[in-house]
Design a protein around this ligand. Structure first.
Ligand code: MTE
Ligand code: MO
Length: 323
């Protein structure tokens, strides 16, 4: 079976921890290397340095004002951990893809808005950034593999993009797709995956205040490995909903079958709302490991965002809201 290919989440806890330690040691070493090359205090991480060399035209936009409505009670995950412990199957089915992801060209980058909208359009990422009200929000992130982090994202409310797109009243779903580029993304040569990575939200979810388009992280442009130049954060849902490096927003009256749902619908459904009481068929979802502190902490329903989102689901019956 496809899904029996050994995945990151099939690692035992002890394996996962040592992998994490390994990555931390690696990033410390890389940090020293960067400092040497710059002959300075080493203020630039290797990724920041790569962006600076490439001249990311959005670099000057950050930092952006923080929206204090969105904050967390736990410690922020150190930047080096959040930017070197990743899931991005386009670059490999393991956590250590941050270097490989640097091959992704992020300029020019065009976003298509299609389907049930007043007028379909293509918009350049920097034109889009110029139109959108950028702010910083600290969000928790809970991966279905039972690890989590707390990250300061920068970006704009997804409802602002919806407003720009002007969907017609027939639109029921917003379907989001990641780039396709086999030349730079070796994972996309693995034909058994249903590329491109596809995710979706109902229109009500997409226009919920919490739904956020990420364009930055830790007060800088979001690194490639975390989904540059445009990635979703819908923090009440499991991490696999947070599709990265998006090129397409399609408004539809049909619910999409998402990437992981196509691979294994009984383990990864459309709704994927976080719930500690609904276990994954192969492991418990009751707790999660904070990748910053290494501590195991209880998981909270809707990842702690129930006050923002629970109402949207009160009338939905007979569907698995939590897988
Ligand atoms: N295109 C794409 N988006 C993706 C993934 C992926 O493999 N491809 N993995 C998802 C999963 S499972 C998680 S947990 C998050 C990880 O985001 P991070 O690397 O910024 O922590 O990205 C999500 N978005
Ligand atoms: Mo995930």
């Amino acid at each position: 079976m496809l899904i029996k290919i050994r995945k990151g989440w099939e690692l035992s806890e002890s394996q996962a921890t040592s992998e994490n330690d390994f990555i931390n040691r690696r990033s410390i070493l890389k940090g020293f290397a960067g400092a040497g090359m710059l002959a300075s205090a080493g203020a630039l991480s290797p990724f920041r340095q790569a962006l600076a060399e490439e001249g990311d035209p959005s670099a000057g936009l950050y930092p952006v004002p923080r929206n204090e409505l969105y904050t967390v009670a736990r410690k922020l995950t150190p930047e080096k951990i959040a930017t070197t412990y990743n899931n991005f199957y386009e670059f490999g089915s393991h956590k250590n893809i941050s270097k490989a992801a640097q091959a992704l060209p992020i300029r020019p980058w065009t976003v298509k808005i299609t389907g049930m909208v007043e007028k379909e359009m293509e918009i350049d990422i920097d034109d889009l950034l110029a139109k959108m009200p950028l702010e910083e929000r600290i969000y928790r992130h809970r991966c279905v593999e039972a690890w989590s982090m707390a990250v300061p994202w920068s970006g704009f409310a997804l409802k602002e993009l919806v407003k720009l797109a002007a969907p017609t009243s027939n639109a029921k779903y917003l379907v989001m797709k990641t780039f396709e580029n086999k030349a730079v993304a070796p994972g996309q040569r693995q034909f058994w995956y249903p590329w491109p990575y596809t995710e979706g939200l109902t229109m009500e979810e997409a226009t919920n205040d919490l739904s956020f388009m990420v364009t930055g992280m830790y007060g800088k442009p979001v690194p490639k490995q975390n989904g540059a130049p445009l990635r979703l954060a819908a923090p009440w849902k499991y991490g696999f909903k947070q599709a990265k490096s998006l090129v397409s927003f399609h408004f539809s009256d049909k619910r999409p079958v998402t990437f992981w749902e196509k691979l294994n619908a009984s383990e990864y459904g459309f709704w994927a709302n976080v719930n500690p009481e609904v276990d994954h068929p192969r492991w418990s979802q009751a707790t999660e490991r904070d990748i910053g502190t290494g501590e195991r902490v209880p998981t909270i329903i809707y990842n702690g965002y129930g006050e923002f989102v629970a109402d949207m689901y009160k009338d939905i019956k007979g569907q698995n809201l939590f897988i």
